[in-house]
Design a protein around this ligand. Structure first.
Ligand code: ZN
Ligand code: ZN
Ligand code: ZN
Length: 258
């Protein structure tokens, strides 16, 4: 059984965007309040987080997270890693393994250099161990098999992840043909889709829909959503474009897979 909680569903600014008074940023619909993108995956034995988003602490508190067994990083952009310091209370008992590509881990080491310096005992820094993983080469977290999916974020190769029949891909503008077979037979896909208008480093809604129509997951959700559209506007954009089961994700959304 897999339990997936969307910790955050927003693009890099977070929604509401600081200083913005657009319809989405001033919306009273709680689903239009989008913190930075991240998901928690609970398997029978493990709690696995994908990315430590900027609001990780708020997301963890809001969702009652009390245990964390691993973090899988998609890429080292600020919105996906800057919450790392706040895993401290969860790494007190034992270091938490963090998984990512060599370049992602290198960048995290640079950004969080204080974590790797000698320091006195205490709650001062998150305790982590770096685990290099490779594109399309499955690895185990405890008993859970995880597949890093190579996708492109503009010209940058980054990772999505597949666990069982669930895949999470964010900040993607192109999926190489070598990754497509790993996206077949999904029950659930959470895919980054920024807005209706195209963008050089993120899928637009129509590009994400095109992918979904090709790989045909049972259910899909958009994430990493901008402030260009409210939740209800996105629902109607999707309805007009396709009859596939696609909805915009929102913070706190819970999906359970048997
Ligand atoms: Zn991002
Ligand atoms: Zn706005
Ligand atoms: Zn990014």
């Amino acid at each position: 059984m897999l339990k997936i909680t969307v910790f955050g569903s927003g693009t890099s600014h977070g929604i509401p965007v600081v200083g913005c008074s657009c319809a989405t940023c001033t919306s009273l619909d709680p689903r239009d309040n989008r913190t930075r993108a991240s998901v928690l995956i609970e398997t029978a034995n493990e709690h696995i987080l994908i990315d430590t988003a900027t609001e990780f602490r708020l997301q963890a508190v809001r969702n009652g997270l009390s245990r964390l067994d691993a973090v899988c990083f998609t890429h080292p952009h600020a919105d996906h890693v800057h919450g790392l310091d706040d895993i401290r209370p969860l790494s007190r008992e034992r270091p938490i393994p963090v998984y990512g590509s060599a370049s992602t881990l290198r960048e995290i080491k640079k950004r969080f250099d204080y974590v790797f310096k000698r320091h006195s005992a205490g709650g001062g820094v998150p305790r982590i161990t770096m685990k290099n993983v490779y594109r399309n080469r499955p690895f185990l977290i405890g008993t859970t098999r995880v597949v890093p999916l190579e996708v492109y974020h503009g010209s940058l190769p980054i990772f999505g992840y597949r666990i069982g029949n669930f895949a999470y891909i964010t900040d993607c503008s192109r999926i190489p043909e070598t990754t497509v077979p790993s996206l077949m037979g999904l029950d659930l896909l959470i895919i980054g889709a920024l807005r209706e208008r195209s963008h050089p480093t993120h899928f637009s809604f129509s590009q994400a829909i095109e992918l979904i129509e090709r790989i045909n997951p049972v259910q899909s959700y958009f994430t990493h959503i901008s402030h260009n559209h409210t939740h209800s506007e996105i629902c109607s954009i999707i309805r007009k474009a396709t009859d596939k089961k696609i909805e915009p994700a929102y913070d706190g959304l819970l999906c359970t897979l048997e």
